[in-house]
Design a protein around this ligand. Sequence first.
Ligand code: SF4
Length: 120
Amino acid sequence: MDRILQEPYAKAKKALKQFPNIGEPGAEKILLFCGVQAGLPLEWGGVRVLTRVGYGRAQKNYGVQYRSVQEALAGELPRDAESLARAHLLLREHGKTLCRNNGPLCHECPAADLCAYANK
Ligand code: SF4
């Protein structure tokens, strides 16, 4: 792992993807929590939250939706790994608790004023 973390980001990600069950988002998360940052890796809950708030577009194809959210976030992300890791965990928790797949609890959500879904 120490050797992988010395590599440039793209090469480190490629090396991690050689491990079983580690795909693109998994490799990005490992690198983020090891203090190597290049964007904000998201789980499905985080993608759902950000799409509802107004980043990217809902799509039938998850990969297309994921990329549209990432493109919409470009330029608005913090630069340090610690802040990105906190954002990742906060979005994951928000997607599990308030912004659930079925029946989001918008009336309890602190982001409701900023959210396109809640303001529809
Ligand atoms: S207001 Fe509703 S849809 Fe928007 S982020 Fe909060 S829980 Fe999700």
